[in-house]
Design a protein around this ligand. Structure first.
Ligand code: MN
Length: 245
């Protein structure tokens, strides 16, 4: 029943929203059936399609997800959350309600003896200059404070306009522009001295082999849960493997 008993699980890009209940149902089953037996659970960003402030916890859809997550940590499984580009405004109230341990992007962990760098992944999409400029702007503490000061409905309207603009911009960009940049990845491997990176964001699940400075290294890209074909990465002391859900 618990073949993942001693595994650490990684997920990202669930993009949960009340408008698409399928992935939320699937995620709820994952939490109850899989995550609860894990050694630890890591959520590497874009858990939500949009998170415009912790006061949005009042939405029943959000309250329920927070409660579902809280059951996992209450059962003794630490649940870590690293913010994505859609939910970088997750704060201490949601963390408390959902039992999340908040992580910086990127975060270095010792994963069964292997130094592993965790990130959402969007910071490495450096070919997309337009996106990086927007990313820098909305992560300014002043922008953040100003945004969180606005009424909830206005924040939702702004977030939805930003998403629409991003979808329009994507349609005019070559696909490789929206993937991570190989030089940025090589720099991250070197800078953090790791042999493994796990990230999401690009929705291009894969295991990439890298040889950097004569050392073999691996990079796992997590799948998204947009439709019902989600998945996760399970790691233990023998290594990591991708699992469908
Ligand atoms: Mn993302």
């Amino acid at each position: 029943m618990s073949q993942v008993a001693s595994a650490t699980l990684f997920l990202s890009d669930l993009h949960l929203t009340p408008e698409r209940p399928g992935p939320a149902e699937s995620f709820r089953r994952f939490l109850d059936q899989k995550a609860i037996h894990a050694e630890a659970l890591y959520l590497l960003g874009d858990l939500f399609e949009a998170w415009v402030g912790d006061d949005d916890l009042a939405l029943p859809f959000h309250t329920e997800i927070a409660a579902d997550l809280k059951r996992v940590s209450k059962s003794g499984v630490p649940v870590y959350f690293l913010p994505g580009n859609r939910d970088f405004l997750v704060g201490p109230d949601l963390a408390r309600a959902a039992g999340l341990i908040l992580l910086e992007d990127p975060t270095l962990i010792d994963l069964y003896g292997t130094a592993t760098l965790l990130a959402h992944g969007d910071a490495w999409c450096t070919d997309d200059a337009h996106y990086q400029a927007l990313r820098a702007q909305i992560r300014e503490p002043a922008w953040r404070a100003d945004f969180l000061d606005k009424p909830l409905a206005e924040r939702h309207a702004i977030a939805s306009a930003l998403r629409e603009r991003s979808e329009l911009a994507k349609a005019g960009k070559r696909p490789e522009i929206m993937d991570v940049n190989p030089e940025a990845i090589a720099a991250a491997f070197r800078r953090h001295g790791v042999s493994r990176i796990i990230h999401g964001h690009t929705h291009r699940p894969a295991r990439h082999s890298h040889n950097i400075d004569g050392h073999p290294r691996e990079r796992w890209v997590l799948p998204d849960w947009y439709d019902l074909s989600g998945g996760y990465l399970a790691c233990d002391d023998t290594g990591c493997h991708a699992e469908a859900w």
